[in-house]
Design a protein around this ligand. Structure first.
Ligand code: AHR
Length: 505
């Protein structure tokens, strides 16, 4: 099969927001307790934080981490997690039927973020609590001194305010599963009033409201309209969530999942811009995907484990082994977001460690390992910063059980003008056929291939584990390639994620 890519810098989309590479940490399972904080592990630092995870976050330059949930935050009392540890209560976490020990709270997480070289994106409880508790947390974190909450922080040993810039108003408030799910109207009012108070305390605050929590939600569109009727002038971004799974165990079909994501992004933008018209507003609200990933491979095992571990601290929940085909879908989701870098300005891979995560730890032990999905995320973190450039694809299409007209080739490119590089992210979605690809890079003058990284496995279900941590990992392509007057021709293996990096000085 032959395919062609036009990699032309004239087709610039927008600067890629650094926050496309954010991540998510929740008080769920062994994400915080066992992942972030694991004092029994020999690789823990003086505060009990795992050094392997800290290093990974620094290496990938993950700019911001969403905290403390998720569904968890809709029942969370943040004051439980401050002050002397011995006085902190144990509380039932109804979202995940676990026991929250509150050993880690706002201050410890801030210290973790500082050590990891990242920032916190704070989510407030808009479920069981509301405006007053949220503004108290804001004051505790961000007000310098001289008020009740700021002085309380100082009395806890944290003199400097944290200056947390990005605040999320609740989580998945459109979902009936949420602790205290409200109507769009009521949530819209609560969100508006909270946003007002935050901006009065600091006009530079970036506010993210809850949009729809999955493409399958029947309220997609009407939820946004209801919330934005109140909140349009007060929020900066709208958070939507998306997860994929190979429901029907058909790899060729599963590899078309990004088409659903493309449509979901379009729908989110349409809902926002419709309300912009209605409100006759001059402001444009952008999209955040504060939870995106693949999910639920081990659904049944997890349920069983969850039952055994009811109301215990840090049960092992949602510890999926992601497969090679999952890595391709994750790569494709990154491509979808880069293609709309003009409107998708924040995205958190969900989650960072142990729970649905790219990075896994041997809790209490020294080991850690990277899941298959780690690699496309890593490549995007490392090489996906700069200007996103639309990269038109010419190739054959296929139909599958769920999708029609799926291009076998999925691609986007990112031009880092400062570094003088252009990177093409490309997936050959065909499960059977190798692809001969020509990239027309003539607009970049006299480009030269730096490297062609490839993630491929013959077995779509291959995965990594502590015992076999490198079963699936990227390697340098061994297939021949040739540059001819600015056009580079090479081959892409069937079912492969490819990163072609060119210097274009
Ligand atoms: O990531 C796990 C859960 O998935 C989050 O708590 C929730 O927001 C989503 O439904």
């Amino acid at each position: 099969m032959k395919a062609k890519l036009t990699v032309d810098k004239a087709y610039r989309i927008d600067r890629v927001s650094d926050h496309l590479y954010d991540a998510f940490v929740e008080h769920l399972g062994r994400d915080v307790y066992g992942g972030v904080y694991d004092p029994e592990s020999p690789v823990a630092d003086d505060m009990g934080f795992r050094k392997d995870l800290l290093q990974m976050v620094r290496d990938l330059k993950i700019p911001q981490v969403r905290y403390p949930g998720g569904n968890f935050c809709s029942g969370y009392q943040w004051e439980d997690g401050i002050g002397p540890r011995e006085n902190r209560p144990r509380r039932l976490d109804l979202a995940f039927q676990s026991m929250e020990t509150n050993e880690i709270g706002v201050n410890e997480f801030q210290e973790w973020a500082r050590r990891a070289g990242t920032e916190t994106m704070m989510t407030v409880n808009m479920g069981s609590r509301g405006v007053q508790d949220a503004r108290n947390l804001f004051e505790y974190c961000n007000f310098p001194a001289g008020s009740y909450w700021s002085d309380l922080r100082i009395s806890h040993g944290y003199k400097e305010p944290y200056g947390i810039k990005t605040w999320c108003l609740g989580n998945e408030m459109d979902g009936e599963w949420q602790i205290c799910h409200w109507s769009a109207d009521l949530y819209g009012q609560k969100a508006t009033e909270t946003a007002k108070l935050f901006k009065w305390m600091d006009p530079e605050t970036e506010i993210i409201m809850c949009g729809t929590s999955s493409p399958g939600q029947s309220t997609l569109g009407s939820w946004e309209r209801g919330v934005l009727e109140h909140a349009y002038e007060h929020v900066d971004l709208m958070d939507m969530h998306i997860y994929f799974k190979n429901y029907i165990n058909d790899t060729q079909n599963y590899l078309g999942s990004a088409l659903t994501f493309d449509e979901y992004i379009k729908n989110g933008i349409a809902a926002l811009d419709y309300m912009k018209v209605i409100k006759k507003s001059k402001r444009t609200i952008n999209l955040a995907f504060n939870e995106w990933n693949v999910w639920f491979i081990l659904e049944d095992t997890d349920r069983r484990k969850a039952k055994e571990d009811f109301w215990k601290p840090a049960p092992s929940l949602l510890e999926d082994y992601f497969t090679f085909e999952d890595a391709l879908v994750v790569g494709d989701m990154l491509i979808s977001m880069l293609k709309r870098a003009d409107r998708v300005k924040t995205a958190c891979i969900s989650q960072l460690v142990n729970v649905n995560a790219p990075f896994m730890t041997e809790v209490g032990g020294p080991g850690s390992w990277k899941q298959t999905i780690f690699y496309p995320y890593m490549h995007a973190c490392l090489y996906g910063r700069g200007t996103a450039v639309q990269t038109p694809v010419e190739c054959e299409l296929y139909d599958s059980k769920e999708f029609c007209d799926v291009p076998y080739l999925s691609a986007v490119s990112v031009w880092d003008e400062e570094a003088g590089t252009v990177t093409v992210f490309a997936i050959n979605r065909s499960v059977k056929e190798q692809m001969e690809l020509t990239c027309d890079l003539r607009s970049y003058g006299d480009p030269c291939l730096l490297e062609h990284l490839v993630l491929h496995d013959e077995d779509p279900k291959a995965h990594n584990s502590l015992a076999e941590p490198e079963r699936v990992k990227p390697v340098n392509s061994t297939l021949p390639g040739k540059m001819d007057k600015g056009c580079y021709t090479t081959s892409l293996l069937p079912m492969s994620w490819n990163v072609l990096r060119f210097s274009c000085k």
